[in-house]
Ligand binder design. Structure first.
Ligand SMILES: *[C@@H]1O[C@H](CO)[C@@H](O)[C@H](O)[C@H]1NC(C)=O
Ligand SMILES: *[C@@H]1O[C@H](CO)[C@@H](O)[C@H](O)[C@H]1NC(C)=O
Ligand SMILES: *[C@@H]1O[C@H](CO)[C@@H](O)[C@H](O)[C@H]1NC(C)=O
Ligand SMILES: *[C@@H]1O[C@H](CO)[C@@H](O)[C@H](O)[C@H]1NC(C)=O
Ligand SMILES: *[C@@H]1O[C@H](CO)[C@@H](O)[C@H](O)[C@H]1NC(C)=O
Ligand SMILES: *[C@@H]1O[C@H](CO)[C@@H](O)[C@H](O)[C@H]1NC(C)=O
Ligand SMILES: *[C@@H]1O[C@H](CO)[C@@H](O)[C@H](O)[C@H]1NC(C)=O
Ligand SMILES: *[C@@H]1O[C@H](CO)[C@@H](O)[C@H](O)[C@H]1NC(C)=O
Ligand SMILES: *[C@@H]1O[C@H](CO)[C@@H](O)[C@H](O)[C@H]1NC(C)=O
Length: 302
């Protein structure tokens, strides 16, 4: 390199460092498709409105900007989406199962929502915990159609041992989520119908939750109330893993997927990896590239 070229080269580097935005902005969505909803990024294979914008209907999401300001993003099953990552995860709000009683032990309300479920998604086994709250409470979690059931049991006579921040069996219990779980239900039952604990704990609750988000508070024993939506029900964030698959219930490996270049989801300059959670495969930009690996030319050299 002669001196002017070296100078040019340093000038080029200087520009790179001065304009970090210029090198980190790459398209997330297909050409002509909206890539955000409010402040939430919607990277392809996810997409909104136009069928050309998402890979298939499993990745279709709905941006509701007529009713909400700022707009909110939803799944087709009407679960609010908090974020979508290209690393194969999505955070969404899920509902909380509950049963409440009066002082005589009569059931006053019961809510057993349909938990989030989809063929292309599994509950993340590393980010979530099954959680139950109450002092006269049994929380059951079952995977529909699999025969598998797990749960935990809680009894506490009064408030004396309840401790903030510690979900470890007194008023709150947590269990790990197994790998590959898709269709879940959460149910609570009660042995004495809260008759003896009614004055400080009228309800039992059960839910799956992003355990980094949930910090147990003794006030949840009195009334678990978080992120209430229009229907008046509490919601908690969960993390789901997503991957590319051909058919629900058939786990497609990278090797198989690459055989059909028409349906293969990874674009140029990308690498394929089998999903960690029994789903299918995900794509990454190969080394020295960044961007959205699910777009044909989404991975750009850096
Ligand atoms: C979007 O904005 C809300 C409220 O300002 C904030 O709580 C949330 O973390 C933001 N989400 C993302 C994905 O940046
Ligand atoms: C937006 O949300 C409101 C209230 O839930 C609902 O009535 C409306 O149909 C939604 N719009 C779209 C486009 O989904
Ligand atoms: C609770 O149920 C019992 C038996 O069914 C009934 O006699 C009582 O009136 C109920 N109590 C209330 C507060 O509804
Ligand atoms: C736990 O925190 C809540 C508020 O976050 C407070 O109302 C309650 O008194 C605390 N409980 C204990 C046992 O310190
Ligand atoms: C959870 O709450 C407890 C008490 O309210 C607090 O000491 C602790 O730092 C909190 N933990 C997290 C992870 O926020
Ligand atoms: C719990 O709190 C919510 C909101 O703070 C309130 O709407 C609801 O009535 C309360 N439920 C009970 C059983 O006190
Ligand atoms: C390849 O994928 C396309 C699009 O999904 C499909 O129509 C076609 O039948 C597949 N080809 C083979 C050989 O499986
Ligand atoms: C990307 O891949 C397609 C098909 O595999 C090829 O036709 C195209 O030339 C590639 N583009 C670049 C920039 O390498
Ligand atoms: C993509 O890269 C990230 C970060 O290096 C890694 O954690 C992840 O396992 C990779 N995924 C695939 C499908 O290769």
């Amino acid at each position: 390199m002669d001196p002017p070229m070296v100078l040019n080269f340093f000038f080029f580097l200087l520009i790179l460092f001065l304009c970090p935005a210029a090198i980190s902005t790459f398209p997330l969505a297909k050409l002509g498709c909206q890539e955000t909803c409010g402040n939430i990024s919607v990277p392809y294979p996810f997409g909104m409105s136009n069928a050309n914008c998402y890979r298939d209907s499993n990745f279709q999401v709905i941006c509701n900007n007529t009713y909400y300001n700022p707009p909110k993003l939803f799944t087709l099953t009407n679960h609010e989406i908090l974020s979508i990552s290209l690393q194969g995860q999505q955070r969404i709000y899920n509902y909380v199962s509950s049963r409440c009683y009066d002082s005589e032990g009569n059931l006053t309300s019961s809510y057993e929502p349909i938990l989030y479920q989809d063929n292309y998604f599994t509950y993340s086994d590393t980010e979530n915990k099954f959680t139950a709250i109450g002092c006269d409470t049994q929380g059951y979690f079952s995977a529909s159609g699999k025969g598998f059931q797990t749960g935990c049991m809680l009894a506490c006579p009064d408030t004396s041992y309840l401790t903030n921040g510690s979900c470890s069996g007194i008023g709150c219990c947590q269990i790990s989520v197994p790998k590959g779980l898709r269709y879940m239900s959460a149910v609570v039952t009660s042995i004495n119908m809260h008759k003896y604990v009614y004055y400080f704990n009228p309800c039992s609750y059960a839910f799956i939750v992003d355990y980094n988000w949930y910090n147990y508070s003794t006030s949840d024993i009195k009334n678990f109330s978080h992120n209430i939506d229009e229907t008046g029900n509490s919601r908690v964030p969960i993390v789901v893993d997503w991957a590319i698959n051909w058919e629900p219930n058939i786990i497609t490996s990278c090797d198989e997927a690459m055989k059909n270049q028409t349906s293969y989801a990874c674009g140029n300059n990308s690498v394929c990896g089998n999903s960690k959670n029994r789903l299918g495969y995900n794509c990454n930009c190969s080394q020295g590239h960044q961007g959205n690996p699910y777009l044909q030319d989404g991975c750009q050299g850096t």
